[in-house]
Design a protein around this ligand. Structure first.
Ligand SMILES: C[S@@+](CC[C@H](N)C(=O)[O-])C[C@H]1O[C@@H](n2cnc3c(N)ncnc32)[C@H](O)[C@@H]1O
Length: 226
């Protein structure tokens, strides 16, 4: 199944909003660290419901925010959630970004990068469109050290790239981005039921759920264009 088919289905089932809710707890911490200034142009790669771009517009007064997604239904849903004419949603592919060289100040991506057909090509594209000193904030919950995420590929029909912390750093550097920061952001807000409630919701034990959310959380890698 293609990205378009898979995520169009998710969007029409309303799962774009479900993802937003699940991702917001850690996404908001990473978004708050972005050095976006008033007037900056920001791209949200694999925007889903588009919540991140709208938050950046509201909190930093970004000049223009674009959400790019390979699923037309996702982009349509995202556009329907805002009347802000400085926020736009486009259908596109990670491997061929519809932006001129050095046209974008900052790129954001949450839980999307690892779906790239060719992640090195996507990083090269990000490096190409970033202006000197621009940043790429890349956040993922699916990564090698997070063993709780290893089975996720079975639920999705698209190939996924499961890199470790080190592999993210190496790939960023190979694309010409310096790694300014890397680390995990724990989700301290997700509700963890008492031990007596387990097994529940796909979790065998409370300890496993605590490890997944409170200890592993979201891996954030920040790249800076030279
Ligand atoms: C798991 S969702 C995450 C959405 C949103 N960033 C969030 O935090 O909720 C991944 C999104 O990336 C998009 N996507 C995946 N692979 C893509 C590709 N190669 N090119 C463009 N978009 C892609 C999907 O259509 C989907 O909307």
């Amino acid at each position: 199944m293609s990205v378009r088919e898979e995520f169009d289905r998710w969007a029409t089932e309303g799962r774009d909003k479900g993802m937003e809710e699940r991702h917001w707890n850690t996404a908001k911490e990473a978004l708050a660290r972005m050095p976006v200034e008033a007037g900056d142009v920001v791209l949200d790669l694999g925007c889903g419901s588009g919540y991140a771009g709208r938050a950046l517009r509201e909190t930093y007064d970004a000049g223009a925010v674009y959400g790019l997604d390979g699923s037309p239904a996702m982009a349509r849903n995202a556009a329907s959630y805002t009347a802000d004419d400085r926020v736009g949603y486009v259908v596109g592919e990670f491997g061929s970004l519809p932006f001129a060289d050095e046209a974008v100040d900052h790129v954001w991506s949450m839980e999307a990068f690892y779906y790239a057909t060719d992640p090195e090509e996507t990083l090269a594209e990000v490096a190409r469109i970033l202006r000197p000193g621009g940043t790429f904030y890349c956040a993922v919950n699916f990564y090698e050290e997070n063993h709780h995420s290893h089975g996720w590929e079975e639920n999705v029909s698209i190939d996924m790239t499961r890199w470790s912390h080190r592999e993210y750093r190496e790939a960023f550097r190979a694309a010409g981005l310096s790694v300014a920061e890397q680390g995990t952001i724990p989700d301290r807000e997700v509700e963890v039921p008492p031990a007596s409630a387990f097994p529940a919701d796909g979790w065998e034990s409370r300890e496993a759920m605590v490890e997944r959310y409170r200890e592993f959380g979201t891996l954030l890698t920040v790249g800076v264009a030279p």
